[in-house]
Ligand binder design. Structure first.
Ligand SMILES: [Zn+2]
Length: 425
């Protein structure tokens, strides 16, 4: 039996481990207790979402009296959440799952969506702000790094920012460089460049909890404020504040581009009544494959909490499988999802040399640029407008686990083949 973890967690007896963070002064070693609890509605805990960071960057903490090395980023988050005089109940994947037990990991990752859905609050840890003025919020000149995000979330106009002046009579707006705005802007860029955003797992970890709080050092803002900022900033920039936006020097247009790109591929912007559509595995995996994860299998497993599993009954999580099998199984699940269409075979990423993949299996590990994904997403949207098969449903068959057999209709011979369009990317 493992001294820290005890008996392994298994699917036939639904359970998770909850971490009790013991109180202590800020600089003391992190000490916590780990206990197995039945995974039912009575389990109360806050879940932690963070970037694992460099695998060699680990810090030692004490768990049940034993030393455990965890990502330094996680130990910093625990330090921020530790109370001076009270315990805190938490769930953190790097600690609550025995990372060395494949069978346990398979089971726990398969219920990870549910773990985040049932938590009281999810804490999203971005790390520390880049500006030293913001590291300690108790100092006199500390300002919130979330100021620009809040500005948009409060539905304010662009020209209400300190870098704009509005003439009282003519109402003409002018831009001027302003130290307060530059500082707001630098924090805004810093926030959206934190590694957490590029992490594949952050998708379900931010979408599923009913309440989530974003933390940057000692500063916090509700996740809902970030969502409002993305939605409202675009509404202003494309509408009432178009002229103000055009007055900003080019170095400030980056955030417009970034937000437009994100808003087009992000299911956070999908209204609830369309939510079933975004549980489509092909769309989810393809949309987010520009994000990063350490284990290539997680490009499939990392969104399993968002899937409608009745649609993909044969998709099982198994970290012991070779990557080629994981990707082939995923493609098979998409082809046999009951839709009868073959749209998962469109787009880029096929004929890859990686992992000895069959030609019809997409290399999900490849990370195309977000712009390429955007155009692919648009193409996917218009797919439904065409009906060359006259609504005939495909019936794909997999032979010897690598050969895909499909029925087709012979229409005509190809008489001439033009020159190839080379993708410079
Ligand atoms: Zn406006």
């Amino acid at each position: 039996m493992d001294p820290i973890y005890g008996d392994k967690l298994q699917a036939h007896n639904p359970a998770i481990r909850i971490l009790t963070l013991l109180p202590g002064p800020r600089d003391a070693v992190i000490k916590c207790l780990l206990a197995r609890v039945a995974f039912d509605k009575a389990a109360r805990y806050d879940a932690l979402s963070y970037a694992w960071g460099d695998p060699s960057d680990k810090t030692s903490i004490a768990v049940n009296g034993f030393q455990l090395f965890v990502p330094s980023n996680l130990s910093e988050l625990l330090r921020m959440l530790r109370k001076p005089d009270n315990t805190t109940e938490l769930w953190a994947d790097a600690i609550c799952i025995n990372q060395k037990g494949v069978e346990e990991k398979n089971y726990q990752v398969s219920i990870m969506g549910e773990i985040f859905r049932r938590c009281d609050t999810a804490y999203i840890w971005l790390g520390f702000p880049c500006s030293s003025r913001q590291v300690d919020r108790n100092t006199d000149n500390a300002e919130s790094p979330f100021a620009l995000i809040s500005h948009f979330a409060y539905d304010k106009h662009l020209y209400e920012l300190p870098c704009f002046e509005v003439d009282a009579t003519t109402k003409k707006v002018t831009f001027h460089h302003d130290a307060a705005f530059t500082s707001m802007w630098d924090s805004f860029v810093d926030i959206f460049q934190k590694p957490w955003w590029s992490r594949f797992w952050c998708i379900q970890e931010s979408l599923l909890p009913s309440s989530a709080i974003v933390m940057l050092g000692p500063w916090t803002t509700p996740w809902s404020t970030i969502k409002l900022c993305e939605k409202d900033s675009l509404r202003h920039i494309w509408g009432c504040c178009g002229i103000s936006a055009s007055l900003m020097p080019p170095e400030y247009t980056w955030f417009v581009d970034a937000m437009v790109a994100n808003s087009q591929v992000d299911p956070r912007h999908v209204p609830n009544h369309c939510y079933d559509a975004c549980r489509n595995m092909d769309q989810l995996v393809r949309t987010f494959r520009y994000k990063d994860c350490q284990n290539p299998r997680d490009k499939i497993y990392g969104i399993s909490g968002l899937l409608n599993h009745s649609r993909y009954p044969r998709l099982l999580l198994d970290y012991s499988l070779p990557i080629a099998n994981v990707y082939t199984n995923a493609m098979e699940a998409m082809l046999c999802d009951g839709s009868g269409d073959l749209r998962c075979l469109t787009g880029t990423g096929f004929n890859s040399q990686a992992y000895n993949l069959p030609s019809w299996v997409r290399n999900f590990q490849a990370r195309p640029h977000i712009a390429a994904i955007n155009s692919e997403t648009h193409r996917d949207k218009v797919y439904a407008l065409y009906n060359a098969s006259s609504s005939a449903k495909s019936s794909p068959i997999l032979k010897d686990e690598i050969h895909l057999v499909l029925n087709g209709v012979w229409i005509d011979n190809v008489r001439k083949v033009g020159s190839t369009v080379v993708d410079r990317n």
